[in-house]
Ligand binder design. Structure first.
Ligand code: IPD
Length: 268
């Protein structure tokens, strides 16, 4: 079943991503501000989520839906136990500035979204980078149809690490403190600006590891499956006040233990 769900995730994510890409060529409209003045939502975020919500309601009426912009909807008693978890545009600030690192992220989770749930399939479609990542549980991960497979690496001192920053100024200060502690222990640190693509970069060996505090399921559900199915390790735990917020750590399997130790209690 997970390969059929993956194929649907790929079809929907790539269609939605191409539409958002064409829309960006015509311009961009900031529709609203969310948690802070830096946290924007564009008209394309809303239109993309509305498209995916409507298509999934039509094609998979027994499944629930959990999107970044409009939250949750479920099918009540008719529920299948599956939920589609969607970030309509991950990397919204990159999209705003026409930087190519943005993606439509679509995952389908069996059971609760978050702890105890099991991601069956996912797709991260990045049209401005001409890349589509896909994975199905126990069936591997691909980039543009090519299988991804990580060889173990162990040396933290030569590891390239990605991270991200939340929209809260207070949390950014904590995140900057962790960057300051880590930067002397690794090769370098990158901030790509889209959590789903940070995770896909780990799966593709373009980053050796990635961590971020305060992520939500829509940021990482699809990308985490891509990492695991490429042979990497993903872990973490609750972080912050929001019930869905997580400290997420993903890495090449050999680097996960030393990176986990280096970020240490910051993840607790
Ligand atoms: C954000 C991006 C960013 C990460 C933030 C996310 P959005 O998602 O993934 O890289 O650092 O934590 O909120 O707002 O662009 O969908």
């Amino acid at each position: 079943m997970s390969d059929e769900l993956r194929d649907l995730a790929v079809r929907l994510a790539t269609t939605a991503a191409e539409s958002a890409y064409r829309s960006r060529l015509e311009g961009v409209e900031v529709a609203d501000l969310k948690s802070s003045p830096t946290d924007v939502v564009t008209a394309a975020d809303r239109a993309t989520e509305a498209y995916l919500r409507a298509e999934l309601a039509r094609l998979r009426p027994a499944d629930g839906f959990f999107g970044e912009e409009e939250g949750r909807s479920d099918s009540g008693d008719r529920g299948s136990g599956l939920t589609w978890v969607v970030d309509p545009i991950d990397g919204t600030v990159n999209y705003l500035y026409q930087l190519p690192a943005w993606a439509v992220s679509v995952a389908v989770v069996e059971g609760p979204v978050g702890a105890g749930g099991h991601t069956l399939a996912g797709c991260v479609a990045a049209p401005a980078a001409h890349e589509v990542y896909a994975a199905a549980a126990d069936q591997g991960a691909t980039r543009n149809g090519q299988r991804l497979h990580l060889e173990p690496k162990h040396d933290l001192a030569t590891a390239l690490i990605g991270t991200g920053f939340s929209y809260s100024a207070e949390r950014r200060t904590e995140q900057a403190e962790l960057v300051a502690r880590l930067i002397g222990q690794v090769r370098d640190i990158r901030r790509i600006g889209a959590a789903s693509l940070d995770l896909c970069a780990v799966a593709a060996g373009r980053l050796d590891g990635y961590y971020e505090s305060g992520l939500h399921p829509w940021d990482h559900a699809a990308g985490s499956l891509v990492v695991r199915e490429a042979g990497g390790t993903v872990g973490g735990g609750p972080h912050g006040e929001h019930e869905d917020a997580t400290f997420l750590l993903a890495a090449n399997a050999g680097l996960y233990p030393p990176l986990s130790a280096a970020v240490g209690a910051a993840g607790a």
